[in-house]
Design a binder for this molecule. Structure first.
Ligand code: FES
Length: 100
């Protein structure tokens, strides 16, 4: 488990999300009210990229069949879905790191 730099904070404005990859792991990085959260970026239904969906406060909605997940916990909110993996995030200066 090590922290890996994945983005600059200013790349992801409040309310936005970004797809990043670390050593083959696909991660959705979301900025909720100025705080960053990281979860797996593949929908646990049929693997669509959640970062292509929409983010409303803490809830990301899958673009394909509209399952939804809380990016702060990984919990599945609606749809035929298991929870998403979650990753610890830290910000140092402008750099955003995810713990894998
Ligand atoms: S692939 Fe995401 S809801 Fe079906």
């Amino acid at each position: 488990m090590t922290f890996v730099r994945v983005a600059e904070a200013n790349e992801i404005p409040i309310g936005e999300m970004k797809h990043v990859e670390v050593e083959g792991t696909e991660i959705l990085l979301a900025n909720v009210g100025g705080k960053f959260f990281a979860v797996g970026d593949r929908c646990t239904h049929l693997s669509s990229l959640l970062s292509n969906g929409s983010l409303n406060n803490t809830i990301v909605t899958c673009p394909r069949h509209f399952a939804s997940f809380d990016v702060t916990t990984g919990k599945a909110i609606s749809g035929p879905s298991q929870r998403l993996p979650t990753y610890e995030v830290k910000v140092e200066g402008e750099n955003v790191f995810v713990n894998l």
